[in-house]
Design a binder for this molecule. Structure first.
Ligand code: TYM
Length: 332
């Protein structure tokens, strides 16, 4: 039987991915490579919904590729590509915009949050149509599974709705995708503000653990992580959001269960626990950062991996656009 298809994407909107990106998504991307037919996309077109500096976009797109490779995405196992190098994303994106209702697009919580932040005069139309482009990303590859963090669940639901609507009206064309969201890691929180999601756009960045940050900087950040009232290292999301977040991070990186960690730190204070979390994170990320920096030295190699991936992606995406146009009655 042929392998199930996986697609996911990540925006090149900062110099570094953070632990939320890794534990919520990319860690699963790496694991799925061995059992699934995997397509992973650096979604540079999605990054254009906010004002971008051209030099930064280029730098961050290459840095994203280097980090994904350093985190374990293998070009032999996966198709790794840049969204803008596959023009079918724009082609199917438009079709998806024509399938979506204005009201349903207006209910997307990420759009509501992000447009509220900048105000409706500054929010771009692209921010509104963003989820339909994301639907196209997924449907072009006939993906069965989409490994993402919890914040993307609503976009995957919309994608299913749009695909189902198209299939019902124009004939079976798209596979209905399912979100693949693991319980542990689905939402990693900011370590300074542990009731909010760790995010590339967080104000000071003091609560965001970045993969490309120096080991020293990450050590300091974790040692000054916000903890909670009391002294016990116990998982309790509502009473101890700070400690629970750190337990989740430790467990996901060390492979030990939360119960084991609670046992180990019984009777010890938060200080000891934070030192242990810092060690685990810093030692886990150290070789990844070094490898990413090394990969960034050889831009030619990075570009050639991405060009190969994009060529493969265009073949698959092209077939889907042909089938979509055929269903719609577009003259070809
Ligand atoms: P982006 O670039 O914001 O984030 C990439 C992935 O990281 C996950 N993530 C988190 N997971 C757990 N805890 C966190 N604090 C955290 N922060 C981010 C996200 O859920 C995501 O899986 N719209 C997408 C990009 C996209 C996409 C796609 C994803 C475009 N097309 C097609 C899947 C399929 C986004 O903005 O992700």
């Amino acid at each position: 039987m042929s392998q199930k298809r996986v697609l996911s994407g990540i925006q090149p909107t900062s110099d570094s991915f953070h632990l939320g990106n890794y534990l919520g998504a990319v860690k699963q991307w790496v694991e799925l490579q061995d059992t699934h037919d995997t397509f992973y996309c650096i979604v540079d077109l999605h990054a254009l919904t906010i004002e971008t500096d051209p030099a930064l976009l280029r730098k961050r797109t290459l840095a994203s590729a280097a980090q994904l490779l350093a985190l374990g995405i293998s070009p032999e196992k996966s198709t790794l590509f840049i969204q803008s190098q596959v023009p079918q994303h724009n082609q199917l994106g438009w079709i998806m915009e024509c399938m979506a209702g204005f009201g349903e697009a207006s209910r997307m919580t990420q759009f509501k949050d992000k447009s509220a932040k900048v105000g409706s005069d500054s929010a771009r139309v692209g921010l509104f149509t963003y989820p339909m482009l994301q639907a196209a990303d997924i449907l072009l590859y006939q993906a069965d599974l989409v490994p993402v963090g919890e914040d993307q669940r609503q976009h995957i639901e919309l994608t299913r709705d749009l695909a189902g609507r198209f299939n019902a009206r124009y004939g079976d064309t798209f596979t209905l995708p399912e979100a693949y969201i693991l319980k542990a890691g689905a939402k990693i929180n900011d370590i300074q503000d542990p009731t909010s999601k760790m995010s590339k756009s967080s104000g000071s960045g003091a609560g965001v653990i970045e993969i490309m940050d120096s080991p020293d900087a990450n050590l300091k950040k974790i040692k000054s992580a916000v903890t909670d009232a009391g002294r016990e290292v116990k998982f309790d999301q509502s009473e101890k959001p700070g400690i629970s977040n750190l337990l989740t991070i430790h467990s996901a990186l060390s492979g030990r269960t939360i119960a084991e960690l609670e046992n180990e730190f019984e009777g010890k204070g938060y200080g000891d626990f934070k030192s242990a979390v810092a060690d685990v994170v810093v030692e886990y990320l150290r070789p990844i950062r070094e490898r990413a920096l090394e990969l960034l030295q050889d831009e030619k190699h990075l570009l050639s991996v991405l060009h190969d991936g994009s060529a493969k992606a265009r073949t698959v995406a092209g077939a889907t656009v042909d089938a979509t146009y055929k269903g719609l009655g577009v003259v070809q």
